[in-house]
Design a protein around this ligand. Sequence first.
Ligand SMILES: [Zn+2]
Length: 289
Amino acid sequence: MQKHPVGISRPPQAACDDIGMTEATLEPYEIYAVKYAWRDATRNDHLIFKDPHDDPAMPMDYFVWAIVGKHKTYVLDSGFDREEGERCGRSFLRHPADGLRMIGVEAENIGDLIISHLHYDHIGTWDDFPKAKLYLQNAELQYAVGRQMRHHTLRHSFTFSHIEGVIRALYDDRVHFSEASEEIAPGLSLHHVGGHTVGLQVVRVWTRRGWMVMAVDASHYYMNFEEIQPYRTVNHVGDMLTAYGTMAKLADSPKHIIPGHDPLVMQRYPAASKETEGIVVRLDADPLY
Ligand SMILES: [Zn+2]
């Protein structure tokens, strides 16, 4: 594994004399978004700086993602289960592992589970992945068990049993901690951004259409990074704003950034297959708009 320094700069594009050394040798990954829940909301529900004159409907989708390489499949986040969803008033559609199975990804066989951050909707069903190593930013676990959890405002998106489970995984040698930026496989790297939570990370992936960034909760919606509108659930607003710029540097274009909760993702990308219409979309395909 190769570690990058903090503040990774944009990797060089393959120039003629670079062929064979950079992107040209990378195997592209396929990326799938699996929708497992949703909730009704309006735009102002999501913003710090609200507009009382403009508050259209803006529901929220909940996803887990599969990053499928030629030799290995990574899963990004594990969502929540029905019980947790009902406790939080979410409309639960399917268990995340059942959604993944629709594209041939079996949770029990997955060896690598990337966890963007430890909120209830991203780590909830991690024990469906008994063989998986969890990839986490060092700062995120420190945050989830540290003094900032005195504040209900920050704590309410975490679920104690999930954090307990991650500590159990740590004691079972199943947690891989990253610091800042780290390439975990050729064409796949993790980047600490913070903001929404202290240890939030985004994932950069090499695909057939170039470098993509899975923003997860660094940008819940397209509007967050396109209009520079910080999301309401936040630990550090400045870091959240900086993350929009970091993602822009890491991705080949704004169309290569995938927000974490935006229903537009289901409209802009084609279904993975006829059977998965409205459930799974393929993100390494060209967006429809
Ligand atoms: Zn989330």
